[in-house]
Write a protein that binds this ligand. Structure first.
Ligand code: ADP
Ligand code: MG
Length: 369
């Protein structure tokens, strides 16, 4: 079976890592070490092997190692369904990050086609109870894992919307200024909506077929207000109709940027937002696993998973179940936790990495379990 995994990873001047090199195989990676050692920094570097700003959504310059601030580089040997690729991403002196694939300059979209990376981080623990933006981002990340071009649609939509919002703020009333922008928003907006629906259908399908210790979530794509017009023509009309209201609000009130993801703990019929903290976390783990299962079928390999501090929040039974499911999937899941004991159940099914910190410089040691 072809998989999706990193067989080598090199970090240069990336946050607390001055220079680190890991040689890996396809197994999951258990990353342990004390607080502040540089574990999350390590998996953040892996997250930059996919499009976007990585798991902390940080600016390129913030990831440059201080105090030098010379820029940074992350490179890897990526085994994908299309073969083995040398992937490199670099920020020079705080500049926007560049991507190279097989020594040729490449777009983030090209990177997204070969590398699918999904993550769960502690900041997402409040995903179900906080604002819609976080849930939209989570949904878009899942959608991108199936449809890499989704990222481009989102960027194009947002760019056109920013321009339209500028017109609204300037109280421009002349319709002809709006037409081209609204056509662009309608086309990309309808695509975004369709992509999201497709991703949710794939995830629902994967949840239905799976035997898993994690609770299924029923997911619904809703609008924070009103209805989402189906199709580009309806969206274009809705934007034109909304113009007067939008002029008063000073921003666009209709479109996929007002979508929200409504989740229900299926077995109990309870909205995710009303579930216990532990249940909310279990729902997220469940969705990530369902996404990974769906991708195995759709893309030919499960994604690389980055699970920051997930083990600590699960009881021993759930933790063992998570490890079993990850191993059954064959995903290279990078999991962090403070102590090696958290990963004891994985044993030799995983490769183990210990991270320590001395005077602000992280050190990585690979060892047998
Ligand atoms: N740009 C940077 N340059 C140097 N050190 C950094 C930078 N960004 C964060 N750090 C350091 O990294 C450490 C946190 O690393 P992190 O990976 O979050 O730890 P943990 O092992 O707990 O996950 C902190 O001590 C922080 O000061
Ligand atoms: Mg951490």
């Amino acid at each position: 079976m072809t998989g999706l995994y990193l067989s080598a990873l090199t970090l240069s001047h990336f946050r607390s890592h001055k220079s680190a090199r890991l040689m890996l195989d396809a197994r999951p990676v258990a990353v342990h070490g004390p607080n502040g050692a540089g574990k999350t920094n390590l998996i953040e570097a892996v997250s930059l092997l996919s499009p976007g700003r990585g798991l902390r959504r940080a600016a390129a310059q913030d990831m440059a190692r201080r105090p030098e601030a010379l820029g940074w580089k992350v490179s890897a040997l990526l085994h994908s369904v299309t073969g083995v690729h040398e992937v490199e991403t670099v920020s020079e002196e705080g500049g926007a990050r560049q991507v190279r694939i097989d020594e040729k300059s490449a777009t983030q979209l090209a990177l997204g086609r070969i590398a699918r990376v999904l993550w769960l981080i502690p900041a997402m623990d409040r995903l179900w109870i906080e604002g819609a933006e976080g849930r939209r981002r989570f949904l878009d990340r899942m959608t991108m894992s199936f449809i890499p071009g989704h990222a481009d649609a989102v960027l194009a939509y947002e760019k056109a919307m920013r321009e339209r919002n500028r017109l609204l703020k300037d109280q421009v009333r002349d319709a002809h200024w709006y037409l081209a922008l609204e056509r662009q928003m309608a086309e990309t907006g309808a695509e975004i909506h369709a992509n999201r629906q497709q991703a949710l259908a794939l995830i629902a399908g994967a949840q239905m077929q799976a035997e898993t210790a994690f609770p299924a979530a029923d997911l619904d794509l809703v609008q924070t207000e009103g209805e989402m017009p189906e199709g580009a023509d309806d969206l274009r009309e809705a934007l034109a109709e909304s113009r007067f209201r939008d002029l008063v609000a000073g921003r666009t009130l209709v479109g996929p940027h007002r979508a929200d993801l409504y989740g229900v703990y299926a077995a109990k019929g309870v909205p995710a937002a009303d579930c216990s903290t532990g249940e909310q976390k279990a729902l997220l783990v469940s969705l990530i696993l369902a996404n990974a299962r769906a991708l195995s079928r759709d893309f030919g390999a499960p994604p690389i998973l980055l699970l920051d501090e997930v083990a600590a929040h699960l009881d021993a039974t759930r933790r063992a179940a998570l490890y079993d499911e990850i191993c059954a999937l064959g995903a290279q899941a990078w999991m962090t936790g403070t102590g090696p004991d958290l990963f004891a159940e994985l044993g030799a099914r995983a490769q183990h990495v210990h991270v320590t910190d001395t005077d602000g410089t992280s050190r990585i040691e690979q060892h047998a379990p």
